[in-house]
Design a protein around this ligand. Sequence first.
Ligand code: OAD
Length: 252
Amino acid sequence: MDFPPATATEASQERVADRITPESCVVFLTGAGVSAESGVPTFRGEDGIWNNFRPEELANFDSFLRNPARVQSWYRHRSEIVTSVQPNAGHIAIADLQWKVNACVVITQNVDNLHQRAGSETVIELHGSILRNYCIECGEPYHGDFNQKDSSVITCPCGGTVRPDVVWFGETLPENTFRAAEEQTGQSDIFLVVGTSGVVYPAAGLVHLAKESGAFLVEVNIQPTELTPLMDVSLFGKSGEILPGIVERLEA
Ligand code: OAD
């Protein structure tokens, strides 16, 4: 693959900041990398979750039915991580940007609620939220204690088994959620792809849609990805360092 030069220089941050005006519609597509500096492990890469756990045993409906207590306990562990960490400078820069432009939407593959905790008001959660659970029988949200410490299966008052409200492998994204993401993407002037490997579809397909719709494409990642050749500007480095550098350059 032919990559543009690896640049997270002041000049390239300036170039991105120059494209963003008070009239801009800015859309972010974020992935696990934006939360890495908060201490939430990513899925792929050197210390990625999927190096130690098999997604087919933990993130799919059949494995859940085979061993619900195990899957519940793994999600309990992950929800304890995400609730114990704090949004980082990258999340905060994204939230700050919303006050400087006409519209700012965050489309995220993350289930960790950190964009919302940083103050972003319009967040489309493509893969759901680890903080919500529902019953697979009656479909009702489950508000009971998901963090019970014993190893019994957590069930709804109706007797059905409770699952996290996240999208698993082999499941389709909620239709309305994805449609909203497509609409926002199609209206974006600037589309920033932050901290995602871009290998999971249909989320990664939004980047192609943004390109076709004529948005200015910016990637922020510590390394090149499969999406890099589509970008107008690639900024290689940590999102918690690069994003504040862009937002600080904008007029208040
Ligand atoms: P990945 O783990 O695939 O990719 C994380 C990306 O973040 C990589 O490209 C890293 O280079 C980059 N990265 C790491 N630290 C960074 C930092 N500090 N700043 C900027 N970039 C950084 O995670 P996702 O692309 O989010 O789906 O994965 C997509 C989906 O695959 C997830 O939502 C999840 C997973 O399986 C489901 O569970 C359905």
